[in-house]
Write a protein that binds this ligand. Structure first.
Ligand SMILES: Nc1ncnc2c1ncn2[C@@H]1O[C@H](COP(=O)(O)OP(=O)(O)OP(=O)(O)O)[C@@H](O)[C@H]1O
Ligand SMILES: O=C(O)C1=C[C@@H](O)[C@@H](O)[C@H](O)C1
Ligand SMILES: [Mg+2]
Length: 181
């Protein structure tokens, strides 16, 4: 599989709680790739949590940091990159994402909500109706997530390892082997 990918980066996109970070780490291991998480790069370099960045600088400033990180990351190869759930919002980010193979982890809202119900680290879910918020964000974002090269629909019983394996199995369907002359 690594030889088919030829070092092309894998970008995981999808909603908060979709499993981009969890599955991305497994995929990197399977592919012999490095792993990066844009949210972690941002929080480490800013020395602040995502909640703090949203509260102190605002969402727009966070989105700018996210674009800056993505622009830097795409200069490297052999990486699996877990992105933030909103990376798909800026058109300019797509010019970077399309340098690699983009995989959408599509997870039903009910499952996202179960996973994140106790989680306080996602500022956009600090809402009176977090499940409704997830539903409306997914509705707004679905046309953007749909621009991925690959869509992996996730069911409740699938473990992160199952999902990583499904991604690996699906890669050949979007990458044609190069024919040697
Ligand atoms: N297939 C799975 N089965 C069960 N739990 C999972 C699965 N994938 C992820 N989780 C759990 O769901 C939670 C959210 O996963 P994760 O942080 O990987 O999502 P994310 O897509 O990176 O979210 P964000 O966009 O907010 O960074 C974590 O607690 C993780 O352990
Ligand atoms: O879906 C989103 O907009 C977000 C997802 C997270 O990964 C973080 O990037 C942040 O909480 C915003
Ligand atoms: Mg993540």
């Amino acid at each position: 599989m690594s030889s088919l990918l030829q070092g092309v980066n894998l970008y995981l996109i999808g909603m908060m709680g979709a499993g981009k970070t969890t599955v991305g780490q497994l995929l990197a291991k399977h592919l012999g790739y490095g792993f990066l998480d844009t949210d972690s790069v941002i929080t480490q370099s800013a020395g602040r949590s995502i909640n703090q960045l949203f509260a102190e600088e605002g969402e727009a400033a966070f989105r700018q940091l996210e674009s800056d990180v993505l622009a830097q990351v795409c200069a490297y190869t052999r990486l699996t990159i877990a992105t933030g759930g909103g990376i798909i919002l800026r058109t300019e980010n797509w010019s970077y994402l399309h340098h690699g193979l983009v995989v959408w982890l599509d997870v039903p809202v009910e499952l996202l909500y179960t996973r994140l119900a106790e989680d306080t680290t996602r500022p956009l879910l600090q809402d009176a109706d977090p499940q409704g918020k997830l539903r409306s964000l997914l509705e707004q974002r679905t046309p953007l997530y749909s621009q991925a090269d690959l869509k992996i629909t996730v069911r409740e019983e699938q473990t992160p390892e199952d999902i990583a394996n499904r991604v690996i199995e699906a890669i050949p369907s979007v990458l044609k082997p190069q024919v040697s002359q």
